[in-house]
Design a protein around this ligand. Structure first.
Ligand code: PEP
Ligand code: MN
Length: 338
């Protein structure tokens, strides 16, 4: 449930309400807005009678929350979450954030040339997997820590922050040392122990929607992270499995609008995995921004035809450059910045 305080509620009244919540074995999540304070009650509050709170001084009203996620919910925190990274890049504000780079780090040369190309085209963050979740055990599995060291070198040369995937709890310290944003991949979206571990970090987390997951399940994945104290979570629509075979996945752009209604978290779109086809990436990127997405994560490779993973959906440098130019024209129309 949510407890809305009166606009003139005092600090002492707020403290007394929080104490009452804690006495009942629940947790209070206080959100101080410009006009008034609201307190989210977290835990299993089904057995608690709302009138127990309505009679407390300073309380205006209580609102039951019917959705199973709470900290993630816009009811709990009406204002959008804006995540600021060390290099000043923000995600979830007025500006659109573009994350670009190869599917996987393959070599020093491949990554450094890509980092420079995407930076000069206007990308804000560099992506690249060092630990790759591959459907086949015989496919390229990623360079591991050596790949992370190359990402670090690219960061120091270009200033771009790093977004890279964490696949397993055993690598959490290593990946956290190099990453500015930790990516949880579609296949791990419901790896609850991994989600809880990243929840204990103080580092932004990008959660990709599982290919067979509902939006409620995606929000609950974020709730797992946030329930451990990490508030810097962003969500990413990356396409789901449907009967349609024309694209690798079906990019669910309505997810953007739904997630924006339900949550205060930044919402990103991955048109590369979402379509699996290079020729569709630009149109779906523009559509994602028009639908209200806060950013994009796009695969770019110096020689897409020679990529060790996801070449068919990777853009060449000139294609990424042209996408960014089209994006600049669009953001002005939709009242955003780039
Ligand atoms: C990726 O970003 O390269 C990736 C593996 O994405 P997903 O988890 O969405 O398949
Ligand atoms: Mn990929």
């Amino acid at each position: 449930m949510i407890i809305v305080l009166k606009s003139l509620a005092t600090d002492a009244e707020r403290v007394a309400i929080v104490e009452r919540i804690e006495e009942l074995g629940l947790r209070a999540h206080v959100s101080t807005g410009e006009e008034r304070t609201i307190i989210g009650v977290v835990g299993n509050d089904r057995a608690v009678d709302p009138s127990a709170f309505e009679s407390l001084p300073g309380v205006e009203r209580t609102i039951p929350i019917l959705r199973p996620f709470k900290l993630v919910s816009r009811d709990f925190k009406p204002e959008p979450t804006c995540i600021t990274l060390g290099n000043g890049v923000t995600i979830g504000g007025e500006a659109i954030t573009v994350i670009a780079g190869p599917c996987a780090v393959e070599s020093r040369e491949q990554l450094l040339t890509t980092a420079k190309a995407v930076r000069s085209a206007g990308a804000h963050l560099l992506r690249g997997g060092a630990f790759k979740p591959r459907s086949s055990p015989y496919s390229f599995q990623g360079m591991g820590e050596e790949g992370l060291a190359i990402l670090a070198e690219a960061k120091s040369e270009t200033g771009l922050g790093i977004v890279t995937e964490l696949m397993s709890e055993s690598e959490i310290d290593t990946v956290a040392r190099y990453a500015d944003v930790i990516q949880i991949g579609a296949r791990n979206m419901q790896n609850f122990s991994l989600l809880k571990e990243v929840g204990r970090l103080r580092k932004p987390v990008l959660i990709k929607r599982g290919m067979s997951s509902t939006l409620e399940e995606l929000c609950l994945a974020a709730e797992h992270v946030m329930s451990q104290g990490n508030r810097d979570v962003m969500l990413c629509e990356r396409g789901i499995r449907t009967f349609e075979r024309a694209t690798r996945n079906t990019l669910d752009l309505s997810a953007v609008a739904v997630l924006k209604e339900w949550t205060h978290l930044p919402v990103l779109v991955d048109p590369s995995h979402g379509t699996g086809k290079r020729s569709l990436v630009t149109s779906m990127s523009l559509a994602a921004i028009a639908a209200g997405a806060d950013g994009l994560i796009i695969e770019v490779h110096p020689h897409p035809d020679r990529a060790l993973s996801d070449g068919p959906q990777s853009l060449a440098f000139d294609q990424f450059h042209s996408l960014m130019q089209q994006m600049r024209a669009l953001v002005a129309v939709v009242g955003r910045k780039l």
